[in-house]
Each structure stands twice: as C-alpha cells, then as structure tokens.
Ligand binder design. Structure first.
Ligand code: DLL
Length: 433
C-alpha cells in the first residue's frame, strides 16, 4: 500500500515540485533568518540566483554547530507564538540544539510519518506499541502522530520498563513494535528469560530507527520475534523520523522528496558526488516554516539511487547508514560525542587528560565504559575517595548525556600515548553480538 501518490511521481514531476519549493524556502530563509541572509550576502548570493535544482550547490552548508551557536531559537524563522512544538537533542558541547515546528510543519511531519507507517505495512487494523522515548526526543511523538493518521491504535508506552512492555504486548496483542533496534533485541532476550513463547505475542511488524543495525542484527530480530523489520531514518534538525523509510522490499530507505532534497557530498572537499556514490548526506528542507535548514550536513555516510523501487514508489532511496564522517556515536538512540565526555572529565578535579571510551554491546544494549587516568596514583589506595570520584564523574556524565556509563579510574600513564590523533573511542560493538 502507498499512502500518497506523490511517492510515485515521475522524476520530472518530483523535480518540478522540488524546484518550486526550494525557491520558496531559500527566499523565506533569506528574508526571515539573519544567519542565512548574512551567509548568502557574504558570497553575493541572492534567492533569485536559485533558478534550477543544480543551483542548490551554490548555497553554503549548515552544520550542527550553527544550531548550537544560535541556541536556542536564533535560526527560527517565526516568533515563538507561531511554534506549536519544540524538540531538542544533544549537541557537541553542553548546550543542546533546539528545533521548533509550526502547525504546518507538524502537519507535514505527520504526513511523512504516515507514509512511513504505510510503507511498513501498518494499517488501521494494527495495534502499535511505541517504545521510543516520548519527550524532547523526536522518535516517540513523530511515530505517534503518523500512526494515528493511518488509524492504527497507538499504545504510547514510551521507552524502558521491559516487563511492562512485554505484558502489554501480550495482553493488548500489539501487532507493531516501534523502538531502537538495540532495545528490541534486549526485549527479545528478556522474553526468552521470562519463557514467553512466540505464540503468546502477536507482533508482525517492527519499525525501528534512531540508530542503525547490522544485517546480522536484523536477521536475529526477525528470527526471534517473527516480525518484518523496517528501518527509518531522520535527524532532530530536519524533522526527526519521517525523513526516509524502508518499505517491505528492504532495498533502501525512501526519501520524502517533496519535503527534503538530498545530496551526497565528499565529506573532505564538499564536492557533490554523482548518483550511487558513497559519501556524506546533505539535506535541504523545502517546506519548513519553523526552522528552515539549507544544505544541512548530516555527517551520515550513505549513497542514493533514483531507480524506482519494486514496491511502486519512485522517490529516491538512500542506503542504510554505513557510518559517520565525524566522531558522533549513537548509543541506545542517544547521540554521544566523545568531546561531551571530555568536557565533563576536564571539569573534574584530580583527573588527568587521558581517557578512553570503550563501547560494547551487552545483551544487545550498547554500553560505554569511561576509562580515565588519575592525576595522582596515590589515590588508588583510598577506596572511599575513589568511589566518591567515580560516582561524581558518572553523575556528571549522566546529566550531560542522559545515559549511564561505567567509570573506571586508572593509574597515571596507563593509556597508550600516540604522536598523532589519539584514539578516544574503542568501539567493540560489531564484535560483541
Ligand atoms: O534519531 C530521529 C529518529 C528517531 C529517526 C526515530 C528514526 C526513528 P537524532 O536523535 O537527532 O534523531 O539522531 C540523528 O541518529 O544523524 C544518525 O546518525 C542516527 N540515526 C537515526 N536513524 C538512523 C537509522 C533521531 N535508521 C542521528 N540508521 C542520525 C542509522 C540512524 N542511523
């Protein structure tokens, strides 16, 4: 089933819509957001210079730090009274990024998510358990509104409390599960531990996202829960979930091209790459009223094809995310930059500048261990001081990242020193499941 016929337009039809909307969006951003006006004026670029889709390349990139530097709402194109919803996610330092949706933006976001639900096979016959967090994270609310629009019965259980999740799953006979893939695997393990049998649950569809998963993980999820697993992609900066979605063909994620224009660039040179090349994805919003994003660098590495899909949709498809061009990690759906941890550690007395983050997967949940050197090894002799310091660091990191980490204090000069870039992150995840 296809939700909206714009998912099946010919390339020239979609391009015509994109060009008209792009010209509107650039003009709108230029007129209303001083940041964009300044950037464009600096290179003598005026909105009327955008005459073709190719002219998009003339626009400067926007990056995550631009949002942080303009915290909280300086990139907004409307006053707060026209905003009906804020969302937020962590940035590279203590300050998060904040985005805002107007009523029209909310309507468009819901439309994008309804397409995504339909592509996964969800209908008004379904009972959908939303185990994404509700709150500033876009996952819960984004899916919620999309599911409601297709008429599914929504169970807004939010994340966590696994036994309760399983109880409702059995008792309400949920047919769709929405969560991060790592949480789904964790849930499946708990089901095994509790002795829940496959015929006690009614799930048939999984709508997963917020982080990627390997084909091995997908197979395991499908095997354990007997469901059809679909991947969904998005970023807080652009709308959250709904930017792109998999259909049941599992052959890439369909991009909502009447709301977003996608480009693939060489992350080092910024050069736009031809169809099929792997590189960093750059997205331009073309209907946003709250916070327009012109050529936003996602840092996510993928490739794009314009070949129509067997499902009948003709919109561009992006490959599953292959990695990131920066050092951001996605831990249980939360964006974590090593620099955030570093900023916390640097503010703790008695801690040296050498640290390492060890990322593993335990029972399919990502875990971070922060190993950090003490300034003075003598402290290792005092259990109470060590314990106090460990808890202080854990608490501070939790305040910034909203995730619990294990903290291990090391003797001075334990970690390897290198002349070049230091290896701050040891990611053992792919090897641990
Ligand atoms: O994770 C939005 C979202 C929520 C998408 C729920 C889908 C479902 P952020 O918290 O801002 O937004 O994180 C965005 O997460 O740049 C990717 O690196 C990563 N990411 C999100 N979805 C996927 C995916 C939401 N399906 C960052 N595969 C992005 C791989 C993903 N990575």
């Amino acid at each position: 089933m296809i939700w909206n016929k714009t998912e099946t337009l010919s390339r020239s039809e979609i391009q015509a819509i994109q060009l008209e909307r792009l010209r509107w969006q650039v003009n709108y951003a230029y007129e209303r957001v001083p940041f964009y006006k300044k950037r464009m004026d600096a290179i003598d670029l005026k909105p009327e210079h955008i005459r073709t889709l190719k002219d998009l390349e003339k626009l400067p990139f926007t990056v995550k730090t631009d949002l942080r530097d303009n915290y909280p709402t300086d990139l907004f194109a409307v006053p707060n009274k026209d905003i009906v919803r804020f969302h937020s996610s962590s940035g590279t330092t203590g300050k998060p990024i904040v985005v805002g949706y107007t009523r029209n933006d909310m309507d468009n976001w819901t439309e994008c998510c309804a397409r995504m639900c339909t592509a996964a096979g969800v209908t008004n016959e379904d009972i959908a358990q939303v185990a994404f967090g509700y709150g500033l994270f876009t996952g819960g609310f984004g899916l919620h509104y999309g599911l409601e629009r297709v008429g599914a019965s929504v169970l807004p259980i939010s994340s966590g409390n696994s036994e309760r999740q399983i109880m409702f799953m059995k008792d309400l006979k949920s047919t769709v599960l929405i969560a991060t893939p790592s949480y789904v695997l964790h849930l499946s393990e708990i089901m095994q531990d509790l002795g829940v049998q496959r015929d006690e649950i009614y799930l048939k569809t999984g709508m997963f996202g917020g982080e990627g998963h390997t084909p091995e993980m997908r197979e395991l999820i499908e095997q354990r829960l007997g469901i059809n697993d679909t991947q969904n992609y998005g970023l807080t900066e652009l709308c959250g979930p709904g930017l792109s979605y998999e259909c049941l063909e599992h052959s890439g994620m369909h991009i909502n091209e009447d709301f977003f224009i996608a480009e693939i660039i060489d992350p080092d040179t910024g050069e736009v790459l031809p169809e099929g090349s792997e590189g960093e994805m750059v997205i331009t919003t073309i209907t946003k009223e709250g916070i327009p994003m012109l050529r936003y660098r996602t840092k996510d590495i993928t490739s794009i094809t314009y070949e129509p899909c067997k499902c009948g949709r003709t919109n561009a498809r992006m490959d599953l995310i292959r990695g990131r061009s920066d050092d951001m990690m996605v831990i249980r759906g939360v964006n974590v930059f090593p620099s955030q941890v570093e900023a916390v550690l640097m503010g703790v007395e008695g801690i040296g500048q050498y640290y390492q983050l060890i990322v593993t997967t335990e029972k399919f949940m990502d875990k971070i261990e922060v190993q950090v050197e003490l300034m003075d090894g003598a402290m290792l002799d005092s259990y109470s001081k060590l314990e106090q310091l460990t808890q202080e660091i854990r608490h501070k990191i939790k305040t910034v990242l909203q995730i619990d980490v294990k903290v291990t204090l090391l003797n001075p000069k334990t970690l390897e020193r290198t002349a070049g870039k230091s290896k701050r992150v040891v990611d053992l995840r792919s090897k641990t499941f």
